[in-house]
Write a protein that binds this ligand. Structure first.
Ligand SMILES: [Zn+2]
Length: 142
């Protein structure tokens, strides 16, 4: 059944797809078993680091967020904490059209605001909503 590219990307990031390679005769040549879904331990660690939907101004809390592969799994992006960030349902499905960009630098997520927000905000910056990391930042600043 045909599905939209957006739906396919969402399934590819959150859903479970098992790749099975068949020969022309119908023999199973390869059975993919790689993990494409973040496990609960990875999710907890990412939740501690990000503290909710990563997009500034979005208040969706950790428990309502999904984990997004920054480098898409379909393109070889690993299911690793250094490649996963928390996004709400809406930002996960509309990230490209929203104009927000996300990259990882040394295992820390950075965001780039869309052009319509203004040139002053148009730089890559680290973000977090994690109470633990915000307290650490305040302690470090003092
Ligand atoms: Zn969001």
């Amino acid at each position: 059944m045909p599905i939209s590219l957006t739906a396919a990307k969402a399934i590819g990031c959150c859903g479970v797809i098992q790749r099975v390679l068949l020969s022309d005769d119908g023999q199973i040549l390869r059975l993919g078993t790689e993990e494409r879904v973040f496990n609960r331990h990875q999710r907890r660690a990412i939740a501690l680091r990000d503290g909710g939907c990563l997009i500034p101004g979005c208040g969706v809390p950790v428990n309502w967020c999904e984990i997004y592969h920054v480098d898409e799994h379909a393109d070889g992006g690993p299911t690793h904490t250094d490649n996963g960030v928390m996004l709400c349902f809406w930002h996960h499905r509309n990230l490209e059209s929203s104009g927000w960009r996300i990259r990882m630098r040394g295992g820390v997520p950075e965001v780039l605001a869309p052009g319509w927000i203004g040139h002053l905000s148009r730089r890559w910056r680290r973000v977090t909503k994690s109470p633990t990391r915000l307290v650490d930042r305040l302690a470090g600043a003092g």
